[in-house]
Design a protein around this ligand. Structure first.
Ligand code: UDP
Length: 138
């Protein structure tokens, strides 16, 4: 059993896609073990995306991620990190496979509707960024 962090980004919450995204996870047999809504500060967004600090898109990305509320979830299931990445699709919607969340809903490479951890170590770090162990219903 594996855990991953999922975020429905501001463009997804603003356009009323929360239910649609969660439905896709649940239909794929993924369990939601924790969930909350947060409006990140710019500083929190910068801390969350600290690995991208040197990238040219960092300021725009963190401004966008703090522009409105997000829904943060811990997903649980067998190989859920990889499974979630498949359901999300490629970072750039232009490259995303048909039927993925990003192909169907992302506005562009930045406003791409969802975040998902990319490896077990990042999943652990990202979950701890938002949730205490007590908040996760395993
Ligand atoms: N991003 C961007 N421009 C780029 C690449 C990435 O604005 O050229 C944003 C996008 O929102 C992406 C996030 O930065 O989801 C993190 O990038 P990463 O390469 O980790 O992609 P992900 O793991 O989210 O698919």
């Amino acid at each position: 059993m594996e855990r991953t962090l999922s975020i429905i980004k501001p463009d997804g919450v603003e356009r009323g896609l929360v239910g649609e995204v969660i439905t896709r996870f649940e239909k794929a047999g993924i369990r939601i073990a924790a969930m909350k809504m947060r409006h990140l500060t710019k500083k929190e967004a910068e801390a969350f995306y600290a690995v991208h600090r040197e990238r040219p898109f960092f300021d725009s990305l963190t401004t966008y991620m703090s522009s409105g509320p997000v829904v943060v979830m811990v997903l649980e299931g067998d190989q859920v990190i990889q499974k979630n990445r498949e359901i999300m699709g490629a970072t750039n919607p232009a490259d995303a496979a048909p039927g993925t969340i990003r192909k169907d809903f992302a506005l562009d490479v930045e406003k791409n509707t969802v975040h998902g951890s990319d490896a077990p170590e990042t999943a652990q770090k990202e979950i701890a960024f938002f949730f205490s162990e007590l908040e996760i219903c395993s």
